[in-house]
Design a protein. Sequence first.
Length: 331
Amino acid sequence: MTDPLRRLTPVVRLAPAKLNLTLAVASRREDGYHSLHSVFVPLGLADRLSLATAAGHSDTLHVEGLDAGPPADNLVFRALAAARSAVGGGWPGGPGPAPAIAARLEKRIPVAAGLAGGSSDAAATVDGALEAWGAELDDPTRHAVAAHLGSDVPFFLAGGPALVEGRGEHVAPLHGLHGSPGVVLVTPVIAVSTPDVFAAFDAIRHGGDGAVRMSSAHLAEELRAGLTADNLVARAGVLASANDLLPATALVVPALVPFKRALSRLLARPIGLSGSGPTLWALYPSGTEATVAAETVRSALADGSLVAPGAAGPFVCATIIVGHRQEGTAP
Ligand code: C5P
């Protein structure tokens, strides 16, 4: 007989990538983290996660698509354990623990790329597992679970552009983006360790010089008040240099500097770095224009006029910035 508590239809979530349009970093705190002031935006590019309750005692994960490293190390497992522990006996089949989950992850966001794909998967896992179990957590508990899983995770609970501060736990939604600007992402196949970049940041300076912080505060204000896609693109030059981690990432991955310059020449656009990299971005007024630009990049790579660092050809993708919550994204 079928267990009435087992969902037969899996819960599906899209877990979007993020881009940092600005990233101001202050000096290292006592807990080892750095205080940030950063405008985060979700992208159309998203992993697809499906979760179903399963018989047995152990969660399982099947990964398809891009290489996500060893499945056993995937943050999805930690997210399931953290969500189960927070729920305790508080689900319809309680007081025992919530059942095992069989998860499938279609990986479309490159890992260790500055796009927070793993963090987004974790946020979507927590949200999707709660639905699969028929359980609920109040907002502060959900937020605490997310913050415990990683600095970038709380942003994905907000479901739209946001000003992110503190270690990443203070998330203030910014509702003023009108339209869906296009983005070209180019991710060289070089895994960049975020702790290594922050360590390089500490070694070369103590806190940003304040210019990036001002650009970040200005953009946040504009995105709160109202900004069109065209207006955002007009600010690309300022935004492309509004990342305090740029010199640190350049120290960790020196080959990224000439590649960024070559990409900027090819596209005749300012090129920014997302987070600690190595993903480079260019902004366009629409997704259609971004698609054309991505083709230009692919052709230049194919004919050898653009040469990317890394073990293989880079990940090249045209997508959009999502200015409002999309159906099916977490939560
Ligand atoms: O929180 P999470 O595990 O994602 O952070 C990864 C690493 O990035 C931390 O160990 C730390 O070195 C660095 N980090 C930081 N300040 C932040 C976020 C991350 O120094 N606000």
